[in-house]
Write a new protein. Sequence first.
Length: 206
Amino acid sequence: MTRLPGAPLARPTNVGRWIDELAGALAAIHAVDAASLPSDYIRAPEPALVVEARIERSAPKMQEALWREVAAALRVTAPRVRSNGTVLTHHDFWFGNTLWTGERLTGIVDWDEARIDDPAFDVAYARGDVHFMFGGDAAARLGKRYEARRGQLSDMPFWDLVGILPAFRWLSDWVSGYHEVDRSDLTNELAQERLESFVRSALSAL
C-alpha cells in the first residue's frame, strides 16, 4: 500500500458512487487480455473441482446446518454451471484491498491470489463484501453496475455461494479485518445476520 496513493475508503459519503467505482475497477481488471499473460499463469479448475476445494478448506465453525445445505447445493449445481468465459481475476476483491484518494478509487493491492478464472467469482466475492458493509440491495447494485459494463453473467447464485463459503469458518477473522479498516460497527452478530441473509437469497435463486 505504500507504493500507491490513497487508503481504503470505509465510510463513503456517496455509497452509490462508491459501489460504481468498485464495479468499474472489476470490469477493468476483467478487460485485460488474458491471452497476453504467460502460458503457465495459474488457472482455476472447473466449477466442480472449485467446489470441492472450497468445501475442504471451509469446514464450519458456526451455522453448520446451513453450511451443509450450501455444500450440498453447490455439489448438485456445479455440473450444470455455464461458463462466463475466462479472464484475469483478482480473487480477493474486497474494499480493504482498494485504495482511494478522496472518493475516487486510485489503486488495487494484494494480487497474491490472482488467476485466470470465470469473472463471476470476483463479482460474487465483491457482492458478499458490499453486503457485509451495507446490507440491503448493495450486492444487487454492484452486480447491475458491473453487468452494465461487461454484460450479463450466468449462474451468479452459484458463484455467490462459492465466494461466501469460507465465511462459515473465517467470519470472525473477516470481521477483525473490517475493524482494521475502520468498520468497527460490523459486529460478529451483525456479520452473522448478513451472512445468513446473503446465503438464503442465493440458495433461493439457484
